[in-house]
Design a protein around this ligand. Structure first.
Ligand code: MSP
Length: 648
């Protein structure tokens, strides 16, 4: 297969499982891919950026059954959550692939058939440790117990040894070919430390891989043998070729393939750096140029995952701040290869210090001075002095360094360079004191030069930050009344100038609001329930006496009716029965519960809480719920518990 078309840059994210809604970890990978893709577009590359969802397999089958849905119903619902999140994060992908699409299913059936005919896939017997209650084979890496058995890591029950007929991929055949390939392409896996891991795994010996299941119904049927379904990873990895045109648009495929970079989390490195290239070799396709395994975002020092209950919902921050602060924080805070621990304090600190103070203030005060002193019109003014020339020279150095760091995906380093430059521009203004110069009419030409120089620098800064905080970069360019887009200007075309002088500028709206840490953590913003309030409050709550506790009238209430509150997507109005009377309460649970899940259920309510008016509706009490990162989870009583029973 030929090289992809010159100038094409094909970048992918993993396709995410639809067994659960997206969290900050998923957002992280997608934001990195978006930033790289936007940067590449400014360098003139024809970028194809693909993300999507992995919809088959046991995980999805099981999650759907637990929710009383069919797998495709669950997938359709969760896909919307992903699409909405990408929109809220300003992710500009070119294609969103779903593995339940016909073209993908047909593509992998064709590949399966071809590999079987070529002898790379054969039928055998799979034997492994199987968990009866979770109905799946335990991953190989689950350790043995002393008695030679294995315990299911999900449910903690003992597994049994099970044998079933299965198709195998002849992975063992590819051990030497893979090692030779890694040797010739040392940058195939990045960062370098991850390449070492991969090489030692392959050196330790590769066994053939079972790639079908008879126990999983929710999967693509094996051609001519439909009792078997294709294993979800064999299915999912091939999204990178089916999404690029194989085998429904070979012209497109020839243009795009091989991918330039598969961006992934380090958790799925083996699948991408060992199995995937072996599958591709078997099919005779070119191999991707790079698999980049980034680190994890941790919460409380552990990887975020639904089962640990420590996932962070990005919408909690996006609803308050918009996309850019979160994009900036995730990319600036840690080097791409390492893990980072997410803290709301760290996030607020970055927003206030880097975005509001350093960048926001610089733009705001420069444009305000242009309005006040120059009636909003920039022109060149006097000839430049040394300090003006220094700022221009520093721009040239920054331009090169930022380009190099973005090109090697060292996004945090690129941002460090930009912020060092922002610091220089702030210092330039402090030193050249335009507010004093403005007082002397003799120095009018000098004043214009200073503000022109600062405006040129700000224009360049907007260009530099565009891949990471595109919305703010666009606002800065708009305020400067810049004509072309970042892509039209292009990295090569970026100079220390303001084309088309004299030029009128606008007044910018504040780019980043300063956020009070205490207010955000303790009070939250309007209509926002945030986890950190809970975290910190727990630490500061004082002990109360039993009589104080007894002041609360807690009772079991039956939910009679549920209505959405117009214009508030988090709120539901509930009519509840307390046994002695009915009441209405407003609860922030609309994103977690549908009306039909609630009607008839019994839950604990605090009855003697002072009524509050929420969105014009009186709430006469409050339903009790666990608060996990702003998401409410209710506890329901069985029907046998009488309505109105006291909760003590
Ligand atoms: N469906 C597979 C991938 C198939 S690709 C052919 C899958 N999906 S997933 O929904 O579990 O997403 C895994 C990816 O989400 C990780 O590889 C990483 O990109 C991202 N992350 C999930 N949790 C993360 C963190 N806590 N931190 C950083 N990224 C994480 O695996």
């Amino acid at each position: 297969m030929a090289e992809n078309a010159e100038n094409t840059f094909y970048i992918t994210t993993p396709i995410y499982y639809v067994n659960d809604v997206p969290h900050i970890g998923h957002a992280y990978t997608t934001i990195i891919a978006d930033a790289i893709s936007r940067f590449k577009k400014t360098t003139g590359a024809a970028v194809f950026f693909m993300t999507g969802t992995d919809e088959h397999g046991q995980k999805v089958e099981k999650a759907a059954a637990e929710k009383g849905m069919t797998p495709i119903e669950l997938a359709d619902k969760v896909v919307v959550r992903f699409e909405n999140l990408w929109k809220a994060l300003n992710i500009d992908y070119d294609y969103f692939i779903r593995t339940t699409r016909n073209f993908h299913e047909q593509g992998i059936q064709l590949i399966f058939k071809t590999l079987k005919e070529g002898g790379d896939i054969y039928k055998g017997t799979y034997e492994g440790f199987y968990c009866i209650s979770d109905e799946y084979y335990l991953p190989e890496e689950v350790p043995f117990e002393k008695d030679g058995t294995k315990i299911c890591p999900d449910c903690g029950k003992k597994s049994i040894v099970l044998k079933e007929e299965s198709y195998f991929f002849r992975l063992s055949e590819y051990q030497d070919k893979l090692l030779a390939f890694y040797e010739k392409n040392p940058a195939f896996v990045r960062p370098q430390s991850r390449m070492n891991e991969v090489v030692s795994f392959v050196r330790s010996g590769l066994k053939d891989l079972s790639i079908t299941r008879t126990t999983v119904k929710w999967g693509v049927p094996v051609p001519d043998d439909p009792a078997h379904s294709i294993y979800v990873w064999f299915d999912a990895l091939h999204n990178y070729v089916t999404g690029a045109g194989y085998d429904w648009n070979l012209g497109l495929f020839l243009e795009l393939w091989p991918a330039d970079v598969h961006l992934i989390g380090k958790d799925i490195l083996r699948f991408h750096a060992v199995f995937w290239p072996a599958f591709l070799m078997a099919s005779g396709f070119e191999l991707p140029r790079c698999v980049y395994g980034h680190g994890w975002w941790l919460k409380d020092e552990t990887k975020m995952s639904k089962s640990k209950g420590n996932v962070l919902d990005p919408h909690v921050l996006l609803d308050v701040f918009g996309p850019d602060p979160l994009r900036y924080f995730l990319l600036r805070e840690i080097p791409i290869g390492l893990d980072g621990n997410f803290s709301h304090e760290g996030f607020i600190h970055r927003v206030n210090s880097d975005l509001a103070n350093d960048l926001g203030n610089l733009v705001q005060r420069t444009l305000t001075m242009i309005q006040t002193y120059l009636k909003g019109e920039i022109s060149e003014g006097d000839d430049p002095q040394d300090e003006d020339i220094h700022l221009e020279e520093a721009f040239e150095r920054t331009k090169k360094a930022v380009f190099d760091f973005y090109s090697e995906f060292s996004l945090n380093r690129a941002l460090e360079e930009v912020w060092a430059y922002i610091g220089m521009v702030n210092k330039y203004l402090a030193d050249s004191e335009p507010w004093k110069v403005a007082k002397d009419p003799e120095l009018a030409g000098r004043l214009r030069r200073i503000l022109h120089t600062a405006a040129c620098a700000i224009r360049a800064i907007a260009f530099f930050v565009y891949p990471v905080i595109p919305q703010s970069a666009e606002k800065i360019w708009e305020a400067l009344q810049e004509k072309g887009s970042f892509v039209e200007t292009g990295y090569d075309g970026l100079e220390f100038v303001l084309p088309g002088l004299p030029r009128k500028t606008g007044r910018p709206e504040p780019l980043f609001p300063r956020v009070d840490l205490k207010e955000f953590l303790f009070e939250g913003k309007k209509g926002d329930v945030t986890a950190p309030k809970k975290e910190l409050k727990e630490k500061t709550m004082a002990t109360i006496s039993y009589p104080e506790f007894k002041k609360m009238d807690l009772r079991v209430a039956k939910i009679l009716e549920v209505e959405k509150v117009a214009g508030a997507d988090k709120l539901l109005k509930l009519k509840i029965d307390l046994g002695t009377e009915t009441r209405q309460i407003v609860a922030g649970i609309a994103q977690q519960y549908a009306s039909e899940e609630l009607v008839g259920k019994k839950a604990a309510v605090i009855v003697n809480l002072e009524p509050a008016v929420i969105r014009g509706i009186e709430s006469q009490g409050m339903i009790l719920a666990a608060n996990v990162d702003g998401k409410a989870t209710l506890a329901f009583y069985p029907d046998s518990v009488p309505t109105g029973a006291p909760v003590i």
